[in-house]
Design a protein around this ligand. Structure first.
Ligand code: TZP
Ligand code: MG
Length: 204
C-alpha cells in the first residue's frame, strides 16, 4: 500500500476515551490525516486486535494505512497495513519476516547512532524525535529539537516523520528540517473537534 507521512495520527486510549477511538479517528481522517497508528501500551492483545479490525474496516477505501504500534501479533491478526517499532521492541528483521514484503514498517530513531544502526533495507520509514518533551509518552528519550531533527533527516535515506510535542504551528519548521511529515497524539486526540484539529495542520 502506498503511504503518505504528511499527517500521521498516533492514537491514545485515554485521550480518545471521551469521543471514542473510532469516532476520533474517523473525524481526524475527514480532517486530512494520512496515516493512522494504533498505539496502546496497556490494552491486551485481544482488545487491540478487536480495535484494529474495526479501524481497518472503517479506513477501507480511504487510502489511509493502519499501522500497529509495537505488537507484531496484533498487526498480523488484524491484517493491518504495517507495524511501528521502537528501539527496544520487536526486531525489524522479525517484523519483516513475519509481515512480508508489502507491510509498511517504521522504526523510532532518537540519535545518529540509532540511525546508523537502522536496517534501512528492511524499513519503509523512520520516526524522528521526540522533537520536544511531551506528556504523551512516559520516559521518552532526550528531545532533539529542530536542529537534531534536521541532522537526522538529512542523514536519513528513508522517508521520515517527526514526532513529539508538535502542533500545527510547527509544520513549516518540520518541513524546513527535511522531514516528510508530522506525527501527533495530543494535538488531535482529545481535542474537542479532531477534524478541525487535523485541518489546522493541512492549512499550514
Ligand atoms: N514517541 C515519541 S514522542 C511520542 C511518541 C509516541 C508522543 C507524541 O505525542 P504528542 O502528544 O504529539 O506530543
Ligand atoms: Mg515501542
Amino acid at each position: 500500500m502506498p503511504f503518505d507521512l504528511s499527517l500521521y495520527l498516533v492514537t491514545d486510549a485515554g485521550l480518545c476515551a471521551g469521543m471514542g477511538l473510532e469516532k476520533t479517528v474517523e473525524a481526524a481522517v475527514q480532517g486530512g490525516v494520512t496515516m493512522v497508528q494504533l498505539r496502546d501500551k496497556h490494552a491486551s492483545d485481544e482488545h487491540m486486535i478487536t480495535q484494529a479490525k474495526r479501524l481497518k474496516a472503517m479506513l477501507a477505501g480511504s487510502g489511509v494505512p493502519l499501522i500497529i504500534n509495537d505488537r507484531l501479533k496484533v498487526a498480523l491478526a488484524s491484517q493491518a497495513d504495517g507495524l511501528h517499532v521502537g528501539q527496544s521492541d520487536t526486531a525489524v528483521q522479525e517484523a519483516r519476516n513475519t509481515l512480508g514484503q508489502h507491510a509498511i514498517i517504521g522504526l523510532s530513531i532518537n540519535t545518529s547512532d540509532q540511525l546508523l544502526a537502522a536496517p534501512v533495507e528492511l524499513l519503509n520509514y523512520v520516526g524522528l524525535g521526540p522533537v520536544f518533551a511531551t506528556g504523551s509518552k512516559q520516559d521518552h528519550a532526550q528531545p532533539i529539537g529542530f536542529d537534531g531533527l534536521a541532522r537526522l533527516a538529512s542523514a536519513c535515506q528513508l522517508p521520515s516523520v517527526a514526532i513529539g510535542g508538535l502542533k500545527a504551528e510547527h509544520v513549516a519548521q518540520v518541513k524546513a528540517a527535511g522531514a516528510n511529515g508530522v506525527a501527533v497524539i495530543s494535538a488531535i486526540c482529545g481535542q474537542p473537534d479532531p477534524r478541525l484539529a487535523a485541518q489546522a495542520f493541512n492549512a499550514q
